[in-house]
Structure formats: C-alpha cells, structure tokens
Design a protein around this ligand. Structure first.
Ligand code: PMP
Length: 301
C-alpha cells in the first residue's frame, strides 16, 4: 500500500479509545541476508495482547509471521523495525466495540530505525530518572498486553523525563517496586548476579528480556526475577535497559546518582555483545532465534 493511502477513518474506535494491540520487531542484516529476531515470540505476544483485550484476531500466527517476512522483502529492506498493529475500527460512537468482520483491521509498517535512545547510547550509556508516574495497578490496565492505550502512561513518564533533561524514566509499580521504562525492561547487576523485576511488577514481558535472561545464564550468571526496591538501583554495579528498539542500553546514572563506574559495565557489555552478535548473525545462534528473509519466496513484488 502507498504511504499516502495508508489511512483510517476519524471515527475509528481506536482513535477515540486507544483500542489497538501491536508489536515492535527488528530485522537485522546478517552475513546471509536479512533475518527477523524472534518473530514467532513477537507474533505470539500479539495474539496474547488481542486475547486479553478480546479483539478477534483474524489471521493465524503462521500467516502473520509470513506477512512480516513478505513486508521486509517487498520493501527491499534488510535492516528495519516492523510494527504489526491490530486496531478496532468500526464507525460506531461509544465505548462498546464493534468486533464484526471488517471492524478489526491488521497492518504492518516497516520502518528504518537506528539507535532508539541516542546515537552513542549503546556504548556510553544514558542518564535516567525515576518517574513520578507509576505503572498501572494490576487490576486496572493489563501490563502483559502491548496495547495502544497503555502507552498513555508511558508517554507521561517519558515526557516528564525528557522535560527534566533525562533520556528516559523508570516507573515503579503501584506497590513502589521497580517496574520498567516507558518502552524497555530493566536489569540490575550486583556482585555478578543479574536481577530483573518479575511479570507481577506490572511489566510487559519483553522478548528481549527473555533473551537476556537466557544469555546471562549461559554466560554463567545467576539470574533472579524478583521485586526490586528503588534504592537497589542506586547501589547497583550496573543497570541496563532491554527492548527491541533500545536493544541493550547501559544506564550510567539514575536521579543524578552515578551507577557503578558511570559507564557501560563488563556484565552489560558481555550480554550486549552476545545479544547483538546473535541478532546480526556474527556469532552462532544456538537458540534458533533468527528467521531468514528469503526473497525468492515472496509472491508479490
Ligand atoms: N516494556 C515496554 C513498556 C515496552 O514498550 C517494550 C517494547 N516493546 C518493552 C518493555 C520491551 O519489550 P521487547 O523486548 O519485547 O521489545
């Protein structure tokens, strides 16, 4: 579809009520051509998000995966970000959605996206703050769903952080424990143990988070999913964000308190190198995380 023609009606339910579920996926250039990182896990989460919000998904996981591969190939892209989105459209006014055939639409936008948190973020690290905005309480918005409306909360946190001169905000959950960034999960390293908040701390269960836990264990670290009090951030040896867009981004200060040596630490560096090495096909992928783009299989060009 042409860029200019990719429009929706102003009366679409999603415009008024934030009723979308979506994904963010990266395709990397490898020595053997483009490859999508953990495609099945992302599409599975898209289905989970739709299930949570009772949005009828009209395509199978395999069809959505194929559509992502076709989108990269037909756009002649190698390295890109993919944004599959499922929206409630319809033209009925009112909160009650119309989930009949045709009132739910699915699209995939390919996007060339560089470093999400700044050009030298992956090497130098970023300065962040603890946000005054909390993640939603567990019986309010379902944080396990990657849904459009949830990002109003993320926007408040990110805007506050940026306006105060920080790159990103870390939100606490409704009980005061560390949750996540506006678009990233968080990891804390102390005495070589790698900690990350559990799913019950109002986080989105990140695909990158899951990959990092696996990599960290295989690098010989103990990995603990546990509730993290705010002050543990300040006394950590290393803290970093993980996410498809942010990849593995070191955090060098929080609330102007220097973390560790104030630069990317050795544990973060080793995990980052392994993560990007696998994603970019530079080191062997023992986990089967890459799906190759096979241009010859693309039906429509
Ligand atoms: N938390 C939030 C709120 C996010 O938006 C993202 C980005 N999708 C993440 C965590 C990281 O998830 P993933 O590693 O699957 O990209």
């Amino acid at each position: 579809m042409d860029w200019a023609g990719a429009t929706i009606h102003v009366m679409s339910h999603v415009v008024h009520y934030g009723s979308s579920v979506f994904e963010g996926i990266r395709c990397y250039e490898t020595p053997n051509g483009g490859a999508i990182f953990r495609l099945r896990e992302h599409i599975r989460r898209l289905r989970d998000s739709a299930t949570i919000y009772r949005i009828p998904l009209r395509h199978s996981i395999d069809d959505l995966m194929q559509a992502c591969l076709d989108t990269v190939a037909t756009n002649d892209l190698r390295e890109c970000y993919l944004r599959p989105v499922v929206i409630r459209t319809g033209s009925r006014m009112g909160v009650m959605p119309d989930d009949s055939e045709g009132a739910v639409e699915t699209f995939i936008v390919p996007w060339v996206w560089g470093r999400y948190l700044g050009d030298d973020a992956l090497e130098s690290g970023v300065d962040v703050c603890v946000s005054s905005w909390r993640r939603a309480a567990p019986d309010t918005f379902p944080s396990m769903a990657k849904a459009g409306g949830n990002y109003l909360n993320s926007q408040l946190s990110l805007l506050e952080a940026r306006q105060s001169g920080f790159v990103e905000g870390i939100m606490l959950d409704s009980f005061g424990y560390v949750s996540e960034g506006s678009g990233e999960n968080i990891f804390v390293v102390r005495d070589d143990v790698v900690y990350t908040p559990p799913v019950a701390s109002a986080i989105l269960p990140g695909v990158t988070r899951n990959s990092i836990m696996q990599i960290a264990r295989d690098l010989g670290h103990e990995v603990r999913e546990q509730t993290i009090p705010r002050e543990m951030l300040y006394i950590a040896d290393e803290v970093f964000f993980s996410g498809t867009a942010a990849e593995v981004t070191p955090i060098r200060s929080i609330d102007r308190i220097t973390i560790g040596e104030g630069r990317r630490g050795p544990v973060t560096r080793a995990i980052q190198q392994q993560y990007l090495g696998i994603a970019k096909g530079r080191v062997p992928d023992p986990y089967g995380w890459l799906t190759a783009i096979r241009e010859e299989e693309v039906a429509v060009r």
